[in-house]
Design a protein around this ligand. Sequence first.
Ligand code: URA
Length: 255
Amino acid sequence: MGSPDSPRDGAERLHKVMAHAGVASRRACEALIAAGRVSVNGATARAGDRALPSDLVEVDGAVVTWDQSLVHYLVNKPPAVLSASSDDRGRRCVTDLVPAGERVYPVGRLDADTEGLIIVTNDGELTHRLTHPRWGVEKEYLAHVDGVPGRGALARLRNGVELDDGMTAPARVSMPQSAVPQRSSRQSSMLRIEISEGRNRQVRRMCEAVGHPVLRLVRMRIGPLVDPSLRPGECRPLTAEEVRGLHRAAKGPDA
Ligand code: URA
């Protein structure tokens, strides 16, 4: 007599599922399981375990994505391209810079005149995590600003600036040594600014508030994601490891 259908019918071997999702080779996935680095629905997995698509599989706390229809691109947005998936005035959008196929959208936004890295995807869960203030993923900008900020202006940028929508959170701000201008030369400078908030035009408003308006703004990093070789207007797919890194970065203490 056949046994009644179990709710776990159709479950697949965990290491196969992980390999299929691009985590690593099957053998390497078995090693990850044996090392106790994999969990299924919050419980540490063991060799021979199986998983269903409804299960939450995590490696080192980062979610393993089953859905093979998800696409993730890293785009280096040039100026004058919109962080949008369409524009009723026919202007170029970041989604025009990725291969046609899935319906995709940008994660968060850069101002039209801001350049640099932006993610374009159809992954709603990752988008939610990367844009939700609760998870506060850090982003790094290079800001070419008017004038030469003194210690007081730098301290204000670091400690918090009063903007019309409230005080900004502490930020990391430095002047890359190679870019520190002579005070006697043309009065502009380069600042590296790392913030975890995502308020509208935040970096521009912060710099303006301390008397050093932004002349040019480039986003260099999103959480762990950098790519100095990606030229303006270019895009590339994120690797599975990069997607996991973003999930990890977006995991706040109470996530
Ligand atoms: N801060 C800004 O001011 N503009 C951007 O596009 C991103 C961050």
